[in-house]
Design a protein around this ligand. Structure first.
Ligand SMILES: [Fe+2]
Length: 263
């Protein structure tokens, strides 16, 4: 039974003390990474999914730092870009596969299909007809493997208009493709800096907190949340079920000013 650890929206900087909205993102990431070592049953993940917005300053150092920390863990890792990433830097310095629009990796008996949902220069995402067709072909080639689809942008509204305005523009088209492939059991994403757990037509839909600042759920406009940074683990069962849990820090590693109005 493969176990996948999802780490997302690390927003790292070349400067080790670099801050997002006053929060030093490397310190927060390190604190969350330490959580990965104390999962309930102590069993290590088989793979780490890094689901975008990994670096915030369009420089290579954050990717190199992240690569070093993943290599220290000694667990295979797979990265996809978010709107704050530069795909060339991500592919060049962290994960060469991240330059592909659609790719599949096998983890245990499961198929992880990783999508690049980014649009250069835009916060919102889109797969487009070509991306959706490539996904359809990838899924059609592996009908017998339970499958988890991974991307940065949320394909369904999460309830915050400001965030849903920069989600996946063709989310419904994505779900229509997935509905044609019964082996697809779930979709996971980052981007929203909050937990989301839903089901639609038997498909598990999962959004995951950032390792740094959290966005307030159900807020019309940008607002920060008091909930703490975290990660998600996923146990992918042989029958296609997904057991998953978000784990959060007990407290922020540094005090955070919640009165920020944007980023
Ligand atoms: Fe982010």
């Amino acid at each position: 039974m493969p176990r996948v650890l999802q780490i997302t929206d690390t927003h790292l900087y070349a400067d080790p003390d670099g801050c997002l909205l006053g929060l030093p993102t490397r310190r927060s990431f390190e604190a969350v990474l330490a959580l990965a070592r104390v999962l309930a049953d102590g069993r290590e993940p088989d793979a780490v999914l890094l689901s975008g917005d990994l670096v915030h300053d369009e420089r290579p150092e954050g990717y190199l730092y992240l690569r070093g920390r993943m290599q220290d863990l000694g667990i295979p890792f797979h990265a996809i870009p978010g709107n704050h990433d530069r795909v060339g830097l991500l592919a060049g310095h962290l994960d060469p596969g991240a330059g592909q629009r659609v790719r599949g990796v096998l983890v245990g008996g499961w198929h992880l299909v990783l999508l690049d949902s980014t649009l250069p220069g835009e916060d919102g995402g889109r797969l487009g007809p070509d991306g959706l067709m490539a996904l359809d072909l990838t899924l059609g080639a592996c009908p017998g493997l339970p499958t988890l689809v991974c991307l940065h942008h949320q394909p369904v509204p999460v309830g915050s208009p400001w965030l849903d305005g920069i989600g996946l523009a063709d989310g419904e088209a994505l779900l229509a493709v997935l509905a044609r492939h019964a082996q697809v059991r779930g979709v996971v994403w980052g981007h929203v800096h909050q937990e989301f757990d839903g089901v639609r037509s038997g498909l598990r839909l999962l959004g995951t907190p950032s390792t740094c600042v959290q966005f307030l759920p159900d807020s019309a406009d940008f607002a920060l949340d008091t909930r703490t940074p975290g990660l998600r683990w996923l146990d992918l069962l042989p029958d296609g079920d997904i057991e998953t849990q978000v784990v959060r820090l007990a407290a922020y590693p540094d005090p955070i000013d919640l009165r920020q109005t944007g980023y």
